[in-house]
Unconditional design. Structure first.
Length: 254
């Protein structure tokens, strides 16, 4: 069986005893030239997947992070669209797209068709208060993302929330690429302890051998290192801090 690009990236990092580097870069912020320079720099490291979001004014419904929201507004003002993000990402493999609801106009299947073969993996993000509401908000709550992954050739990851382990089973079974384990119900909210995170990781691993990525509330490079060392997650993505100063943050994390 041929591994997908994402699966190969995780397997290679594991074989090298490294955590996968998963920086979230926002094309068009603070301007297109600077953002492309930051992406090039991030992709110069070993064991890295280029992650980028679709631009949105609203963003995650539980997100009150003004740094992140302002970065999205700036990118949109600079002419960045969903199509442009996909075009940029397609030049950096492997890659991963964070898809906000406003980007999906006519259903998940048609969205996947529109991105073609330029995207290796993605996640539909709209969860609130511990519930993965993305597909329900899209009107596709009964959609099998595992089947859609197989049909499209794109790994569709799923999000679960630490502290809500009773709801893990279906999402983990349907996930492809990785499971995204959120440390908090909302940006800036209280974070789960390392012990709680380890318990959540153990629950996912009991259900599946799929890689686990932990995030949504990362504060410092030391926070990243402790999570990887103490819970054994495969990666800890970094988002909002890269909207402040992409190049220094990338360097500090590696």
């Amino acid at each position: 069986m041929t591994l997908s690009r994402l699966a190969t990236a995780f397997a290679d990092a594991k074989a090298a005893r490294r955590a996968l580097f998963l920086p979230e870069m926002l094309p068009g912020f603070p301007d297109e030239k600077s953002s492309l320079k930051a992406i090039e720099y991030a992709m110069s490291f070993d064991h890295v997947v280029c992650k980028a979001p679709t631009p949105t004014f609203a963003n995650h419904p539980s997100n009150t992070n003004e740094t992140l929201l302002n970065a999205h507004r700036t990118a949109i003002a600079n002419g960045v669209s969903v199509g442009k993000v996909v075009d940029i990402l397609s030049g950096y493999r492997p890659n991963f797209l964070v898809v906000y609801r406003n980007a999906v106009k006519e259903g998940a299947a048609q969205f996947l068709e529109s991105v073609g073969d330029g995207i290796d993996g993605l996640i539909f993000v709209e969860g609130v208060g511990g519930d993965e509401a993305a597909l329900e908000l899209l009107g596709e709550g009964d959609l099998s993302t595992a089947r859609l992954s197989e049909e499209s050739g794109v790994d569709i990851a799923r999000i679960v929330y630490a502290g809500h382990e009773a709801g893990f089973d279906d999402a983990v079974a349907e996930a492809r690429g990785f499971v995204y384990l959120a440390m908090s119900d909302q940006t800036g909210g209280s974070l789960r302890s390392v012990m709680q995170m380890k318990g959540a990781v153990d629950r996912i691993r009991w259900l599946s051998d799929i890689p686990v990525v932990a995030g949504f509330g990362i504060r410092t490079p030391d926070h990243v290192r402790h999570l990887v060392a103490d819970t054994g997650v495969a990666s800890v993505p970094v988002g909002p801090r890269l909207c402040d100063s992409p190049l220094p943050v990338c360097a500090s994390l590696r």
